[in-house]
Design a binder for this molecule. Structure first.
Ligand code: ADP
Ligand code: ZN
Ligand code: ZN
Length: 809
């Protein structure tokens, strides 16, 4: 039987030319029980010993010259066969090394140093007969407490399969301990070391003045199970020394245990119960649970205006999923993984939820992941990478705000969580729900072609109206002599809102609109000396900073080009807006949220908490405040400059503008007070702004799809973006032109090859950057592109040249 596992195909943890395929190894007899598809193993590769993942097991007899697998690293493989398959598919579609894709699916912590320890299961199942070997092993572990797995394996009669057997029977527990001390949380536990009879005898022998020791012994007579030392001391008001002397007498046993960290320990979440659904919500709910009950893979676009109760639909669909013994993943954009959002899921599902987000420490993340892998939790909520949550019986995957660009990973593997969700959904016959008020243009297109079922929630719950939206033409303001950042309409609205005791959110898009420094004499804009990008002025410490590479320098006294001292700060950063508010509305209380005020851990949460508690009248921030916030007293939303994104060289510029404006507008008047939105812009007639203001979603998508079709952009074609970078301008030009020539040759008549052209940021971190675009429709082209790229890679002698590939930007 085990002959079937005699050969393992292993993807080794080495990223180099030629390692983008698995290598075969021989599985020694002793490891056959322990190895599975998805196991991590140690193997020799060249002269090194490296880690690798088993991606296939087979049973051919001719392993004559194969090297053996040296060791299996985990008792429970970190990956399931389904995830292995997913990883290989991802490597194929993202054009990256398989190891890069596989590594992306396990927590970073697992890649660090770590070891396994064995101990007796705390809820040891008594009753069944044990073999003498088993008896001896358990007895010894009882005596010695937890021991490293490697040590235990050297004890007589102990084998891996014996331990696996006992783990399955809940007699033993094997735990992973990360080797880094700071990441471990350990507590001391105390328990009786002898029988009750001996306890009673010891009680009688205690001298009368040892009252505390007596109390402790009495406690264990009534509750013989182990307790944390701190809890014992607190409940009996005893001192540590009493416990210590009982341990010395051999009556008590003290041991250290690691606890799975719970990032939400000690926080209580208000229990919530399902709300009666509105007619529209009920229809959406039925659309999801129908295929869920049939265990049929199905894709649904839940297109619901902001505040239409999408989250309540998710919660009830998840409930149904859990009732059927299956599991659910919920993806939310990192920035909307707010405490409010977490509380809604914890409040409904309590400890059955694992939360994965970047605010957790590596150890906390690892522990949340382990709870998923071991089946301790059934719901995972998190940002992009939570799509890899290692569940084995997924019933439902929800992607909230599915249009968010953060679902696309920017580095290899450059996967899109939506595509991964579809793939996993097929493998598990799960239902995939994409929820948003502003679907991606691609998603609308797919729904139009019947690849997804579109379910619309057209109204806010309880008949709350959508806010009234006004667009202000800022050119007009200037013509009429208003030089302020604030239009007269926004000034008035803000004043009224605050004087009514209500709150306002002011939104400023950061991208491309930070404060730059300009010489009024010669017009020079100060730029970073490493990147072709203007430096941003930071008033708090009077420095100029590059937002791409982090370079910082003091503000110069004079213009480096002409020597003039007439240097001025331009543009509108959040700090500028804050100062303007102070000037126009003395006494108005502002909380500012941007990269500067939120880089400290927990700052985000704290600022929102203060705003929610009414400590400020205005919340001023960048895109991080655009989504997910739900404050009942917010009745005004102001967009300081709506068109800052519109002029980026990006085919998604109009889509992003429309989505952002619709989302920020959705922050106003979500509860009993009605809302108002003021959008300031220099391009009031642009369709993305005009249609967002009129909440005319259907017209926007119609217009945008038409424009994409006319200009041949996704979803009407697929697009590869090749980015070439090098410290030497000449070298990068040469490489990019050569690549473009080769691609044009290889793809003639099948695809359109454009460029090279300078990248949006032509130089970054001292590297020059050029782009080549390939527009295509035929999937065969992808293979041809890969071939050319491999050819380029093989020919490239210059290790400094970097080529990165991105699909559908
Ligand atoms: P969305 O996710 O679509 O923006 P939410 O799920 O956040 O909308 O719902 C908006 C508000 O309406 C929330 O405060 C939510 O508690 C409330 N709500 C949702 N569904 C119902 C319902 N069926 N009855 C009453 N209130 C509801
Ligand atoms: Zn100058
Ligand atoms: Zn820089």
């Amino acid at each position: 039987m085990t002959a079937e596992k005699s050969i393992a195909a292993v993807v080794v943890d080495v990223v180099a030319r030629g390692t983008d395929r698995p290598f075969d190894y021989h599985v020694p007899e002793s490891l056959r029980d322990a190895i599975e598809v998805g196991s991590r193993v140690r193997v020799s590769f060249g002269h090194r010993k490296v880690m690798g993942y088993v991606v296939r097991l087979s049973g051919e007899a001719s392993y004559g010259r194969l090297k053996p697998i040296l060791d299996v690293m985990d008792l429970i493989p970190p990956l399931t066969p389904e995830l292995v398959d997913l990883g290989l598919w991802m490597a194929e579609t993202c054009l990256c090394h398989p190891i890069t894709a596989l590594n992306a699916m396990v927590p970073a912590m697992l890649k660090g140093r770590y070891r396994h320890v064995v101990r007796v299961h705390p809820r040891f199942a008594p009753g069944t007969v044990l073999s003498p070997e088993e008896e001896a092993l358990i007895e010894r572990l009882r005596r010695e407490g937890e021991r490293p797995l490697e040590t235990v394996l050297t004890w007589p009669g102990v084998s891996r399969s014996l331990i696996r057997q006992l783990v399955r029977e809940r007699r033993l527990l094997v735990e992973e301990r990360v080797g880094d001390r700071v990441t471990r949380r350990r507590t001391r536990w105390v328990k009786p070391a002898v029988s009750g009879q001996e306890f009673r005898r010891a009680l009688d022998a205690l001298p009368p003045q040892a009252a505390r020791q007596r109390e402790i012994l009495n406690h264990f007579l009534n509750h013989p199970e182990a307790v944390p030392l701190s809890k014992l001391l607190a409940s009996l008001k005893a001192g540590r020394s009493s416990v210590d002397s009982l341990v010395e007498k051999g009556l008590l046993h003290m041991e250290e245990r690691e606890e799975l960290r719970d990032p939400f320990a000690g926080r209580s979440f208000e229990q919530t119960s399902p709300l009666p659904l509105t007619t529209e919500q009920e229809r959406a709910f039925q659309a999801i649970v129908g295929p869920l009950r049939e265990e049929r893979h199905h894709r649904i676009l839940l297109h619901g205006v902001t505040g239409s109760g999408k989250t309540e639909v998710y919660l009830q669909a998840i409930d149904e999923t859990l009732k059927r013994g299956r599991q659910a993943i919920v993806l939310v954009p990192e920035i909307s993984l707010t405490p409010q959002m977490v509380a809604r899921f914890k409040g409904r599902f309590g400890p059955r939820v694992a939360v994965l987000h970047s605010g957790l420490s590596g150890g906390e993340r690892f522990d949340e992941w382990r709870k998923i892998r071991s089946g301790e939790v059934q719901v995972a909520i998190g940002a992009r990478s939570a799509i890899f949550a290692p569940f084995s019986n997924l019933g439902l995957i929800v992607i909230d705000e599915e249009h968010e660009s953060s679902y696309k990973q920017e580095e290899q593997p450059k996967y899109h969580a939506r595509e991964v969700a579809f793939r996993r959904g097929m493998a598990h016959r799960a239902v995939v729900v994409l929820g948003t008020a502003t679907p991606a243009v691609e998603t609308i297109h797919r729904a139009g072609r019947g690849e997804l079922e579109r379910v619309v929630l057209s109204r806010r719950v309880q008949g709350r109206p959508l806010p009234q939206v006004d667009v202000v033409d800022m050119r007009e303001e200037l013509r009429e002599g208003n030089r302020s950042i604030f239009s007269r309409m926004l000034q008035e609205a803000l004043e009224q809102c605050v004087s009514r005791g209500e709150q306002a959110v002011l939104f400023l898009n950061r991208r491309g609109f930070s404060t730059f420094v300009l010489c009024r004499a010669c017009g020079k804009v100060l730029e970073c000396c490493h990147c072709d990008i203007s430096l941003t002025f930071h008033r708090t410490n009077r420095t100029l900073r590059c937002h791409y590479c982090g370079h910082a320098e003091p503000v110069p006294e004079a213009c480096p080009a002409c020597g003039s001292t007439h240097i001025r700060y331009f543009g509108t950063g959040t700090q500028r807006v804050e100062e303007e508010i102070a000037r126009l509305f003395p006494g108005m209380r502002v909380i500012r949220m941007d990269v500067d005020t939120t880089n400290r851990k927990g700052a985000h949460e704290e600022l929102l908490g203060r705003f929610g508690a009414g400590e400020a009248d205005v919340l001023l921030g960048t895109q991080m405040i655009a989504k997910g916030l739900d404050f009942p007293r917010v009745t005004l939303v102001g967009v300081i400059a709506a068109d800052t994104m519109l002029h980026l060289p990006d085919f998604r510029a109009a889509e992003r503008t429309f989505q952002l404006l619709t989302q920020v507008s959705g922050r106003a008047g979500r509860h009993n007070l009605s809302g108002r939105v003021v959008i300031q812009t220099y391009s009031p007639i642009h369709y993305s702004i005009d249609l967002a203001a009129r909440a005319d979603t259907e017209s926007f998508y119609r217009k945008e799809l038409l424009s994409r079709k006319q200009h041949r952009y996704p979803p009407f074609c697929r697009l590869f973006t090749l980015l070439f970078s090098h410290a030497d301008r000449q070298a990068v030009m040469q490489a990019a032109f050569e690549a473009s020539r080769l691609l044009k040759q290889a793809l003639a008549g099948r695809a359109e090859v454009l460029g090279p052209v300078p990248a949006t940021i032509p130089r970054m971190k001292d590297r020059y950057r050029l782009q080549v675009f390939i527009k295509y429709t035929d999937e065969e082209v992808a293979k041809a592109v890969k071939k050319v790229l491999r050819h380029l890679e093989e020919r490239a002698e210059d290790p400094e040249l970097r080529i990165s590939v991105d699909r559908d930007g």
